[in-house]
Design a protein around this ligand. Structure first.
Ligand code: AMP
Length: 586
């Protein structure tokens, strides 16, 4: 590992060394130039041997991602280039393998058992990546969380999952202590940057120093759980989406097919592992392809972002529409950087407007390739491949192994060009294993042999899919999925608010912003001070991104006779659209 203590802006070009001892046999990939033929003949089972299995049909996604490369000619190749605010580090596959072995030993020493939940609450620092892999190696389930989460967001996840261990740092642990007494299952807090720790804490640096760098990686069944993330629906608290070790097969293949990673690529995924993209395509998929991954721990800043591409000579870049829109808004900043290393750009998480694709062509001389998937599907489903013509505004075609269709509300397929529910045959390896402790919720995703994404879309005769919108009230702000119910629950905890209804309001930059309609308690009056106080209140409770940017004080909220807030009426009113059927309203 090499550390440089100079700020990114002042550093010279970082020398990118990718030492590969001798070239490996090149495995020909299914020829997506011939999409129709590959799509017709492809079977997932034929791709199983692309990741490491043992003789008894067991695997471990961490082994498939990192350890097999640490045993191969790629062992001294850089797996992780980490760029912090004022220093950088790099780790080879062998180093990452040894460090994650050490962490697996630390957990074993603490008494970890298979299927225990271990949560990570860290910024994007190397310890996050090491501990994620180490957890998987023990057979436990890794849970990831954004470092922007407040105590309430943390409580929902740690309490529901029954997490036994939590890995965090000195700057973030205070938020955990605010709810610590209400987390009976949480045994130990592992602190990555302290040596002098409290009794129920573990010092990561001390424990890692003592731990061995060899470890017997747990051999898992394909359907054993590997990692989990919480995601929002329309109602209730966030749900724990659990993914299996087998998902790595799909993550591996889609990283090749869609992100087009080759051995000499330097790949930058801008997603945080608190979001599924940061796990499937920030850790498992790219490492499993033996690629060098760049991680940037820092806030969004167009100049810094372009510097990352320039300094690391990033060739493949995976980001999200809000980030591209913000870069587009920053104007000509890209002209100050040499971005000629880029050869492929992909986007996910929100609709990629045709305008951004055209801007990408002007700024980078490359098209931005859209692709579609969700937390629950664990891997890419629909994509514009490098080999395909791009239809700006369209998400692309389903990948081989995925049967996607548009169905009506009874599960019948509709004709091309007709809007309906985007559905999938639930027979692909990265589909979620379960919703944690909520089988009823899991069942709600399925109808008539289809998995329903909750999205509305249209399929053209040529096979391309066009995203229309969510079928439910879930909000997508800057690519983050936010459940209206969570925000409403946080709002009504504020003494000034009795009732709240929350909607996503279209926004040119963020896709949607959160707008709250609130009924005030007696004695309170609307004011700018009250608004900022409520905004701060929600922000610190839930997460940095999940707060309403707009408020409107109302006398009453539209409700059904059974008392449910009718958010579609709030949205119709906001956008000046027809309100639709009102027969069930109070
Ligand atoms: P998440 O589970 O947080 O990744 O959110 C998944 C949701 O984001 C999907 O159900 C869609 O509503 C939206 N989404 C993801 N990718 C795209 C895309 N390429 N175009 C439009 N919406 C997308």
């Amino acid at each position: 590992m090499i550390t440089t203590d100079t700020p990114l802006q002042k550093q010279g070009r970082i020398i990118v060394e990718n030492i590969i001892e001798k070239p490996e046999t090149i495995v020909p990939r299914p020829n997506l130039q011939d999409y129709d033929e590959t799509y017709r003949t492809f079977e997932w089972t034929s791709a199983y041997d692309r990741v490491e299995w043992n003789d008894c049909g067991r695997l471990n996604a961490a082994e498939s991602a990192v350890d097999r490369h640490a045993r191969s000619s790629r062992k001294h190749k850089v797996a992780l280039y980490w760029q912090g605010a004022d220093r950088n580090e790099k780790y080879t596959f062998l180093e990452l393998s040894h460090l994650s072995n050490r962490f697996a030993n630390v957990l074993t020493e603490l008494g970890i058992e298979k299927r225990d939940r271990v949560f990570i609450f860290l910024p994007r620092i190397p310890e996050l990546y090491v501990s994620f892999l180490g957890i998987l190696k023990t057979g436990a389930v890794a849970g990831t969380m954004f470092s922007a989460f407040g105590p309430e967001g943390l409580y929902d996840r740690l309490h529901d999952s029954g997490a036994r261990y939590l890995i965090t740092n000195s700057a973030l642990k205070g938020r955990v202590y605010e709810i610590r007494d209400n987390l009976p299952d949480l045994e130990r807090i592992i602190v990555v940057d302290e040596t002098d720790v409290a009794e129920d804490e573990v010092s990561y640096p001390e424990a890692m120093k003592k731990a061995s760098e060899t470890f017997d990686v747990a051999e898992m069944l394909p359907d054993d759980p590997a990692f989990m993330l919480y995601t929002s629906g329309t109602t209730g608290k966030p749900k724990g989406v659990v993914h299996r070790h087998l998902a790595i097969v799909q993550q591996h293949l889609t990283t090749e097919w869609v992100l087009d990673l080759h051995d000499d690529d330097i790949y930058w995924c801008t997603a945080d592992p608190g979001w599924v993209t940061g796990v499937s395509y920030g850790i498992l998929g790219p490492f499993s392809c033996g690629a060098s991954v760049v991680v940037h721990d820092g806030r969004f800043d167009p100049d810094v972002w372009y510097s990352i591409i320039e300094q690391y000579r990033v060739t493949v870049w995976y980001s999200a529409p809000t980030a591209f829109r913000m870069l587009m808004r920053a104007g000509d900043v890209y002209k100050n950087h040499d971005l000629r290393s880029l050869r492929h750009i992909c986007s996910v998480g929100e609709p990629l407007n045709a305008e951004i694709v055209h801007w990408g062509m002007r700024a980078f001389k490359l098209p931005i390739h859209d692709n579609f998937w969700q937390t629950e599907t664990g891997g890419i489903l629909i994509a514009n491949y490098p080999s395909m013509p791009i239809k700006p505004g369209w998400m692309g075609k389903s990948i081989p192994g995925i049967t996607a269709a548009i169905v009506d509300d009874d599960g019948n397929e509709v004709s091309p060009g007709v809007e309906g529910n985007l559905a999938l045959k639930p027979d692909f390896p990265s589909l979620m294993l379960e919703i944690w402790k909520n089988p009823a919720k899991y069942q709600e995703y399925f109808m008539g042999g289809w998995y329903l994404t909750g999205d509305r879309a249209v399929q053209h005769e040529d096979g391309y899919f066009l995203f229309v919108g969510r079928a439910d009230d879930v909000i997508n702000t800057s690519g983050e999925r936010v459940g209206p119910f969570e925000v409403e629950s946080a709002l009504i905890e504020h003494p000034a608010i009795v009732e709240a209804g929350v909607i996503g309001k279209p926004d040119p930059l963020r896709g949607e912003i959160i707008k709250a309609f609130v009924v005030l308690s007696d004695g309170y009056e609307a004011s700018d001070d009250l608004e900022s106080d409520v905004r701060r209140f929600v922000k610190t409770r839930l997460a940095g991104h999940a707060y309403p940017r707009e408020f409107e004080v109302v006398e009453t909220l539209p409700k059904t006779r059974s008392g449910k807030i009718v958010r579609r009426m709030l949205r119709a009113k906001e956008l000046g659209l027809p309100v639709g059927d009102v027969s069930t309203l109070e």
